[in-house]
Design a protein around this ligand. Structure first.
Ligand code: PRP
Length: 178
């Protein structure tokens, strides 16, 4: 257990399991895109560590881009999406893979997918490290998922608490949160 900002967090996913699961996911993604050229879009900030590990598994042709949105204040998703860094890449007719650290309500990706679709890509797939399946109420599909998790606040391995603690090696969940 660790204490962060007077809150107790318990280890939920060990770094060894993260590594193992990223290998598995990498193979699944390689199979899908083996003959393609892919525009890989990393959603900052949370996904930067996961994406750095995941893309090093890739064995297909790809370019890397970054976008940034914000929806959280403290431990709660606010529902209002702000675009902080927009996509500059031309994705018309291209296959797109979006990399996220966590899909919670799905609001952020819904907002982004709508914008992406206006640019006419050939396909859009999503890869996420964490998926809160009980919180997710959207129509679109999250095709590549490393871990399905409970609806609890998590930090570490890129995920923050008020912009801190992204460097934790394991993933931790807030203790006693219901
Ligand atoms: C997190 C995460 C996703 C989004 C998921 O970003 O990286 O983009 O929230 O939540 P949702 O499915 O309910 O929309 P955050 O706003 O915390 O920004 P950060 O990645 O820069 O920390």
């Amino acid at each position: 257990m660790i204490k962060v900002n007077d809150m107790n967090f318990v280890r939920m996913i060990d770094k060894k399991d993260i590594k193992k699961e990223i290998k598995r996911l990498g193979k699944e993604i390689n199979k899908e895109f083996k003959n393609d050229s892919v525009e890989v879009i990393i959603v900052l900030k949370g996904a930067f560590i996961f994406a750095a590990d995941l893309i090093r598994q890739f064995r297909f042709d790809h370019n890397v881009h970054f976008v940034q949105f914000s929806s959280y204040a403290g431990t709660q998703s606010t529902g209002n999406i702000f675009e902080k860094l927009s996509l500059s890449a031309d994705v018309k007719g291209k296959r797109v893979l979006v990399i996220e650290d966590i899909v919670d309500t799905g609001n952020t990706l819904e907002f982004f997918i709508k914008k992406l679709n206006e640019k006419g890509p050939k396909s859009i797939d999503i890869a996420t490290l964490l998926f809160k399946k009980e919180a997710f109420k959207k129509e679109y599909t999250i095709r590549f998922r490393a871990f399905d998790i409970e609806n609890k606040f998590v930090i570490g391995y890129g995920l923050d608490l008020n912009e801190k603690h992204r460097n934790l090696k394991h993933i931790y969940q807030l203790k006693g949160e219901d």
